[in-house]
Design a protein around this ligand. Structure first.
Ligand code: GDP
Length: 171
């Protein structure tokens, strides 16, 4: 067994207000606060267990100014993996991710797409099938979750992305 701690760096990308902070905080603390004070990028570093292996999980919670503020190359090159987040009740946030997808499709980087705010299905603007189609085109995993209500399904998303990053290193 390896003695050194594997480090996994994930950038969380998505339009303003989709729940990037809520998801990151939910995963790292299991808690949901509801309102998050963030006007700038935040970096979290926590030791977590993935498949019983300790991982130093670094999460860059990005903070785009608006729907045209796509992630820069510095962010994408920094990351080992990308978590792409949209809100099921915000069609524009899905369009934002399609643009991000086009931007990163040449980078051979592990990705996971998460559709957040699944608890708000009465305000749904994006069907699950649309998310699944985008995930197929980017050859990545996809899940609909609600950071507001769920703990385990949110953790699964981060763990799955971590597994993909570790697997890509072994190649
Ligand atoms: P960010 O700008 O992408 O980091 O988004 P935040 O994490 O700050 O969340 C934006 C708003 O959406 C906040 O008011 C959150 O409480 C709310 N929010 C986040 N996740 C969920 C969710 O799963 N369901 C609902 N209903 N609201 C959520």
């Amino acid at each position: 067994k390896k003695s050194s701690l594997s480090e996994v760096k994930v950038a969380v990308l998505g339009a303003p207000g989709v729940g990037k902070t809520a998801l990151s905080v939910r995963y790292l603390t299991r808690r949901y606060i509801g309102e998050y004070d963030h006007n700038s990028e935040t970096r979290y570093k926590h030791e977590v267990l993935v498949d019983n292996d300790p991982i130093l999980y670094e999460i860059l919670d990005t903070c785009p100014k608006d729907y045209n503020d796509l992630p820069g190359n510095d962010t994408i090159h920094w990351a080992d993996g990308l978590l792409l987040v949209y809100s099921i009740c915000d069609r524009n946030s899905f369009s934002f991710l399609k643009k991000v997808g086009a931007l990163i499709s040449d980078n051979d980087i592990p990705i996971y797409i998460v559709a957040n705010k699944n608890d708000m299905s009465h305000l749904r603007e994006v069907n699950a099938e649309e998310g699944a189609i985008l995930a197929r085109s980017l050859e990545c995993g996809f899940a609909e979750v609600a950071a507001a209500e769920q703990v385990a399904p949110v953790a699964v998303v981060f763990q799955e992305l971590c597994r993909t990053v570790l697997a890509s290193r072994r190649k």
